[in-house]
Write a protein that binds this ligand. Structure first.
Ligand SMILES: [Zn+2]
Ligand SMILES: [Zn+2]
Length: 624
């Protein structure tokens, strides 16, 4: 008798034992998909092991075998297993992250041949001892384009040794751009992978069938089914888009690390503003670090302390300082291009009643609605709820609705008032930038990803909001924005801030980027924050506020009671940020640990036994 151990794409651990009918026993392989009966439903499962014995009696049989050659090879199964052990999801959920949508739904295809074996791995970046790492390089490239020279050289070298390459980029336009570079410079088959690509399955199968190939794609392409992987490149490794928002909450960068370890491939991480996790690894000599300085002179960088500006001005809240206004005027006179950066869409970040003080909130989320001037619409940036801005306060019926917190639409209208003769353009979305279109551009962070554009003058507004966010990564994220803007600027940067002494700004003003990394790392070390420890969110959500709160308090108490590990700390319990989102109420527990794997194991065991009907519990390891 043959038994198959099967996992499912559900939040249940498994594997579950099934009997293999005699007619399938010669055909079934590890890595194949099967139809099974699970909790009285016909469901898709993945065979992770075959056995001659089972301890369980009265097993159900496999209903149908979908793949006569397995879809997942040994390496892919192992990678999925490591993802599940690190990111606190089931093995089956991790397998579903590997596969294109059509295969998760049970479409039949022809499969491939398994190969290889490998050791276990925990977090790549925790611990002081020199971890056994794959051969990895971090390229810190201030100008953002020079690293492609290194990429191309390494891609050629890899292809020459008959191995494949995966290049992972933050978004689709970066992917398409990279494909063009590869196609003109490299003579090899190129594959494209991103979720929602119309021919995702066909492309996935084509990649699986080719010997050596260069795959270019977004986050999920880290699982591309290439044979003989020789090199993984992950560009802009610090970008938070590599973290998946849904379960499993994996980060493609860490998965790339796991995968290159399993398949003994090399790993190259490139970035304009490296993450502290990887910069710290570089500082410990755990990976090779290549710094490519700015290939041209630094622009002149100046901070304007808005505290003093406010005192001098008659108006309470100035948007443009006198100095910035004058600099824009003289840049216009000399025919230069100006960029004004403010990372807030819309006209105003909130609307409120001047009479009773009530702010207009999203009915589904605990969030102020932003105001868009052109269509006079109030909009929720979380759930995209929209409503016409009321003329009369819904609370007190007065007619004094005010708008506050300037967004880029407001900057745009302010600029057209001051510089009536200038051509002004707002950049809200990726891909609508053409330098010929205007003299002054007003943009949010989408501008950071633009290539081949440079501005003579860059004015940075509202950076304090970014620095003051309640997030231990706020300085790191702000610094990445600033380095992105530095890359786009030619002659001069003016930063309006009330925090000119902040490390982020001091590092720029002194043109010594490393100041920021040194200081931020030493603070993180002191506070025991990443990269010196892992943080994990256990999130609870539900429709009834009181029940979510109660369940969260119970879980917090229970986890603290059962926790016997000195490594794992259940630190705090707080309402989510925001506390209400899309009609669900959120609470979250913060856990820290040196070993993400150990913490995941602890959470899996204890969440399984935690009664919580009507409440959904999710775990986010290494939140970004
Ligand atoms: Zn009112
Ligand atoms: Zn909303």
């Amino acid at each position: 008798m043959l038994f198959a151990l099967v996992v499912l794409g559900l939040a249940v651990e498994g594997p579950f034992d099934y009997t293999v009918p005699a007619d399938l026993s010669k055909k079934i392989k590890v890595g194949a998909r099967v139809w099974i009966n699970f909790r009285n439903q016909r469901m898709l499962g993945y065979v992770v092991k075959l056995a001659k014995k089972s301890k369980i009696k009265h097993l159900k049989p496999i209903l149908e075998l979908l793949d006569h050659t397995p879809l997942l090879d040994k390496n892919a199964l192992l990678l999925a297993k490591q993802v599940s052990e690190y990111y606190c999801c089931s093995w089956g959920e991790a397998i579903e992250a590997v596969l294109p949508g059509a295969l998760r739904k049970g479409r039949k295809v022809a499969g491939l041949i398994p190969n290889g074996d490998c050791p276990e791995i925990d977090s790549p970046w925790i611990g002081n001892k020199k971890a056994e790492l794959p051969s990895a390089t971090l390229i810190h490239d201030l100008d953002g384009q020079d690293r492609w020279g290194i990429y191309l050289e390494q891609i050629k070298k890899t292809l020459n040794s008959k191995k494949s390459v995966i290049i992972i980029l933050p978004d689709i336009s970066a992917v398409l751009n990279a494909r063009e570079i590869i196609k003109t410079k490299i003579d090899a088959p190129v594959g494209i992978l991103y979720r929602k690509e119309p021919n995702e399955l066909e492309e996935w199968l084509r990649i699986k069938s080719i010997g050596t190939i260069v795959v270019v794609g977004t986050r999920s392409s880290v699982f591309a089914p290439v044979k003989k992987l020789g090199l993984v490149i992950i560009d802009e490794e610090h970008d938070s888009v590599y973290k998946q928002e849904q379960t499993p909450h994996y980060n493609a960068r860490e998965v790339a690390f796991m995968r290159s370890r399993i398949e003994k491939a090399r790993l190259i991480l490139g970035s304009t503003a490296p993450s502290l996790e990887y910069l710290n690894l570089a500082k410990k000599n755990n990976l090779r670090y290549t710094f490519i300085p700015r290939g041209r002179d630094f622009p002149e960088i100046k901070t304007i302390d808005v505290k003093f500006e406010r005192r001098g001005a008659k108006k309470k809240n100035i948007i443009l300082s006198k100095y910035l206004e004058d600099s824009i005027a003289s840049n216009l006179d000399s025919g230069g291009k100006t960029l004004l950066f403010l990372n807030r869409r819309g006209f105003a970040t909130y609307a409120f009643c001047h009479n009773c003080g009530m702010a207009l909130e999203c009915p589904r989320c605990n969030i102020n609605l932003a105001f868009h001037f052109e269509d006079s619409v109030l909009n929720c940036r979380y759930c995209n709820f929209k409503m016409q801005a009321p003329k009369i306060c819904p609370n007190c019926s007065s007619g004094y609705i005010k708008f506050a917190g300037a967004g880029i639409e407001r900057i745009e209208s302010e600029l057209s008032r001051i510089f009536a003769q200038a051509k002004i353009k707002r950049i809200d979305f990726r891909g609508n930038l053409n330098l010929k279109d205007a003299d002054i551009f007003v943009a949010t962070s989408t501008i950071i990803k633009e290539v081949n554009c440079n501005f003579d003058l860059v004015g940075i507004l509202g950076i304090d909001n970014s620095l003051n966010r309640i997030d231990f990564r706020s300085a790191e994220k702000t610094f990445a924005l600033l380095l992105g803007l530095l890359r786009l600027s030619r002659k001069k940067i003016i930063i309006q801030t009330s925090l000119p002494k902040h490390n982020c700004l001091q590092a720029l003003l002194t043109k010594n980027i490393d100041i920021f990394y040194e200081k931020e790392l030493s603070q993180r070390r002191e506070l025991r924050f990443p990269p010196f420890r892992h943080l994990i969110f256990v999130k609870l959500r539900g429709k009834r506020e009181e029940r979510v709160r109660e369940a969260s308090f119970n879980l917090f108490k229970e986890l603290n009671r059962v926790n016997k590990s000195r490594d794992i700390k259940i630190i705090s319990l707080n309402p989510g940020q925001p506390s209400k989102l899309r009609d669900n109420f959120y609470w979250q527990l913060l856990v820290s640990a040196d070993s993400a794997k150990r913490a995941t194991k602890f959470l899996k065991i204890n969440l399984k036994n935690f009664p919580h009907s009507g409440i959904i519990v999710t775990v986010d390891v290494d939140p970004v």
